[in-house]
Design a protein around this ligand. Structure first.
Ligand code: DAH
Length: 365
C-alpha cells in the first residue's frame, strides 16, 4: 500500500481492516509473530507512513502522527488479543493430551484376547487349579505332598522300578533322552513313579523313616504325537503308601474314598487286572463315567466306566532296590493324569487346548 497524505484517514481505516483479517487468520504463535512483523515491521506500510511524516508541516505532522499512533495501538491491541486466544487454545490442548480417562475400556490387540473385549485379571491355569484340588483332597485323607526332579537318570525312571535295561515294559513309555548313547541315560521323566524311589530312599537313609503316606504331583514328558487325548507334556499325581500290614483292600478303599471325595458321591471306582512292572498285583482303576453317570454314552463306549490311572501293591523288587525289607513292610501305589482328571470333570473334548493358552478357553475355568 503506497502512502498518500491526502486520504490518510481512509488508508488508516483500510489498514486496520486488513490487520483484523490477517491477525484472526494467524493460527499459531509463529504465524502471529510473522503477521505482526508484516503489519508493523520496518518494511510495513505503517512504518513507511511514519517515516514520511517528517517531511510534513508541523501542524499536519502532529495530527497525522497522532492518527498513525492510534492505528499502531489498535493493531497492537488486536495482536495481544489474538495471542491470548492462541495461548488459551494451546494450554487446553496440552491438558487434554495429558489427561487419562480412567473409565475408558481397554481393548486387547491380539485376536484371541480381542474376543473377550476387555482387560481381565489373570487366574490359575485349569491344570494348576486341578492339581491344588487333588492335593487338598489327599491331604484331607492324611497324605503329605512331595515333589521330585523332572530330569531323571535311567535308574530312577526305569531300573529301580523293576525295569532293567532292555525290559520290554520300557516300551510302554516313549522317552525323551537327553544324552543318548552315554553310559547312564539322562531323560525327561515319563511318569511321576520315580518320585516313589526318591521318597523311599530318603525314608530309609534320612530322618523321616517309614511309614510313608504321600502324593507326588508333577510334570511328565512322552514322545507322543499330540491328539485329542495325548499331549507330550502332561501332569500326573502319584500316590505311595508304605506301612506294616498294608493290603490290597487298603488300596481299593483309598481309591474309592478319593473318588467320592473328589468327583462327588454319585461317582464310584472299580479295579481291573493290569500289568505294571513296579506293582504286583497291578490294576487299572476306573471311575463312573462323569458324562453319563454310569448309564452309558459315546465317551465311555457304553460301558459306564472310564479309565483314570494305574495302581497296585508295591513290587518287592522295588523295595529291594531301595533297601526296604519287604517281609516287614508292604505298600500300594497309584498314579493318574491330572490333565485327564480336569478333562473328565469339565468334559474337555481336546487335550491340546490345555497347552494352547487361548484365553477364550482358559477364561471359562
Ligand atoms: N506310572 C504309570 C504310568 O505312567 C502309572 C502308575 C501305574 C503309577 C501303577 C503307579 C502304579 O504308582 O502303581 O502309566
Amino acid at each position: 500500500m503506497t502512502f498518500d497524505i491526502s486520504n490518510i484517514e481512509q488508508q488508516s481505516q483500510s489498514l486496520i481492516q486488513e490487520a483484523e483479517g490477517l491477525i484472526s487468520q494467524a493460527n499459531s504463535m509463529d504465524e502471529l509473530k510473522q503477521t505482526k512483523q508484516d503489519l508493523m515491521g520496518d518494511k510495513s506500510p505503517l512504518s513507511q507512513m511514519h517515516r514520511k511524516i517528517g517531511t510534513l508541516e508541523p501542524e499536519q505532522r502532529k495530527q497525522i502522527g497522532r492518527l498513525l499512533n492510534e492505528v499502531k495501538e489498535r493493531i497492537d491491541g488486536l495482536v495481544s488479543k489474538r495471542r491470548e486466544e492462541l495461548e488459551a487454545q494451546e494450554s487446553l490442548g496440552q491438558r487434554q493430551e495429558s489427561q487419562m480417562d480412567l473409565t475408558e475400556v481397554l481393548l486387547f490387540s491380539t485376536s484371541a484376547t480381542a474376543a473377550l473385549g476387555y482387560l481381565t485379571r489373570g487366574h490359575m491355569h485349569l491344570v494348576t487349579q486341578t492339581q491344588i484340588e487333588l492335593e487338598d483332597t489327599f491331604v484331607g485323607m492324611g497324605f503329605f505332598v512331595a515333589e521330585g526332579p523332572e530330569v531323571e537318570t535311567d535308574w530312577y525312571n526305569f531300573e529301580a522300578l523293576n525295569m532293567p535295561p532292555d525290559h520290554p515294559a520300557r516300551g510302554m513309555w516313549d522317552t525323551f533322552y537327553l544324552n543318548l548313547g552315554a553310559p547312564e541315560s539322562i531323560l525327561l521323566r515319563t511318569h511321576t513313579s520315580p518320585v516313589q524311589i526318591h521318597l523311599m530312599e530318603s525314608a530309609v537313609q534320612g530322618e523321616d523313616g517309614l511309614p510313608i503316606y504321600a502324593v507326588m504331583p508333577g510334570r511328565c514328558y512322552r514322545r507322543d504325537t499330540p491328539d485329542a487325548r495325548h499331549i507330550p507334556v502332561f501332569h500326573q499325581i502319584e500316590g505311595l503308601v508304605v506301612d506294616k500290614g498294608i493290603t490290597f483292600a487298603d488300596l481299593a478303599g483309598t481309591i474309592e474314598a478319593f473318588t467320592t471325595a473328589y468327583f462327588g458321591s454319585s461317582i464310584h471306582s472299580r479295579l481291573r487286572p493290569s500289568y505294571f512292572p513296579f506293582t504286583e498285583p497291578s490294576a487299572e482303576f476306573e471311575i463312573t463315567c462323569t458324562i453319563c453317570e454310569g448309564v452309558g454314552c459315546r465317551t465311555c463306549s457304553n460301558t459306564g466306566w472310564i479309565e483314570l490311572g494305574g495302581c497296585g501293591m508295591v513290587n518287592p523288587r522295588v523295595f529291594d532296590a531301595v533297601g526296604i525289607d519287604s517281609l516287614v513292610w508292604s505298600g500300594f501305589a497309584f498314579g493318574f493324569g491330572i490333565d485327564r482328571c480336569a478333562q473328565m470333570r469339565y468334559q474337555i473334548a481336546d487335550m491340546r487346548q490345555m497347552l494352547e493358552n487361548d484365553v477364550r478357553f482358559l477364561y471359562q475355568f
